[in-house]
Design a protein around this ligand. Structure first.
Ligand SMILES: [Zn+2]
Length: 338
């Protein structure tokens, strides 16, 4: 009988899974419950209203949308991050091409109590397609109003926890990105001009469309697609699974995470700019539907109970990442996988 110098892969994975301990399990749902379909709906009806003219990057409607988000954080007393003037990271016109006007990412920040320098980034894009040539407004309720209002509600939940003395150990940045629809330029700008060093950016949880149900799930609506969760840190993947198994049991559908998936969703939203910097990411997505990038993507078609459940899942995942003992480890540095 020989000795086995390196454990088998399956053993390594089970060791990794066993190393994950859910934190604050009695507390997470207390604050997750403050994320309600009612408030999500209220915010989304405003954010995707005609008043914001389809939120085209650099145009009046997008500026109004950015101001709406900023006003919310001010009212909730959730701060602008240090080094950022009044919640806006301005992207100059010179960064864009095709005569796009200057635009802005909107940032809100909850500082960690124990490891403030380590940051969890939760992102969604605030811009959309604007007005069609024949004058119809692209409301973009799902894309990405759903992600935008989910961030607002999550930030409120973390803020309430902090007020009660249960603030996160690590910091959380709520990053509302502009210019996603013209090629992920807002996240490109952020990752080239990061407000917190990228090496201290623990994870990016990116949300782009979580309020609808696609054709494949009409009979089992309690699902969400996760993309990218196992690419850089398997620990992140198993944390995400364990959080879901502990609190929600939503069907996490990984079909679009296949390396050879022809849709290439992994490279199609803002998380990709973080992944390119070797930062572990999860992309949350409900899949495409008939109203995707059409003027019919309106707030009356959102399933608000589902939006609430999905936002709670992402909130609980962020809570775990912000509060567990060690920061999530990339696979190349993970001793349990060696
Ligand atoms: Zn989108």
């Amino acid at each position: 009988m020989g000795t086995c110098a390196t454990p088998r892969y399956t053993t390594k994975i089970s060791n990794l899974k066993n190393s994950i301990h859910i934190v604050d399990s009695n507390r997470v749902m207390t604050y997750a419950k403050t994320i309600t379909s009612k408030e999500l709906k209220k915010h989304l009806y405003t954010f995707s209203s005609d008043a914001f003219e389809g939120r085209k990057v650099g145009e009046k409607g997008q500026k109004l949308a950015a101001d709406f988000i900023r006003s919310y954080y001010k009212k909730e007393n959730i701060k602008s991050p240090p080094g950022i003037s009044n919640y806006y990271q301005t992207i100059p016109e010179s960064f864009f091409s095709n005569k796009i006007n200057a635009s802005e990412n909107v940032l809100a920040f909850i500082e960690g109590a124990e490891k403030p320098e380590e940051v969890i980034v939760i992102s969604a894009h605030l811009d959309h397609l604007g007005i069609t040539e024949d004058g119809k407004i692209n409301n973009g309720a799902d894309d990405d109003g759903s992600g935008t209002v989910a961030l607002m509600e999550m930030a409120q939940a973390f803020k309430q926890a902090k007020k009660d003395g249960y603030g996160p150990k690590r910091s959380i940045l709520f990053l509302h990105l502009t210019a996603e629809e013209i090629g992920k330029r807002g996240s490109a700008y952020y990752t080239q001009h990061p407000v917190f060093p990228l090496e201290n950016t623990v994870t990016n949880l990116n949300i782009d469309m979580i309020g609808r149900v696609d054709d494949l799930h009409q009979d089992n609506k309690d699902y969400i697609y996760l993309i990218g969760s196992d690419r850089i840190s398997k620990e992140l993947h198993y944390i995400s699974e364990k959080v879901n198994n502990t609190y929600f049991n939503i069907n996490l559908d990984y079909r679009y995470n296949a390396i050879d998936d022809k849709n290439h969703y992994y490279s199609r939203s803002d998380h990709y700019n973080f992944a390119r910097q070797n930062i572990p990411v999860i992309f949350y997505f409900n899949g495409e539907h008939d109203d995707y990038h059409e003027v019919t993507d309106t707030p009356d078609k959102i399933d608000y109970d589902l939006l609430e459940r999905r936002a709670k899942l992402i909130f609980a995942t962020a809570w775990q990442l912000a509060n567990q003992k060690h920061r999530v480890v990339n696979d190349e540095n993970n001793d349990l996988l060696k």
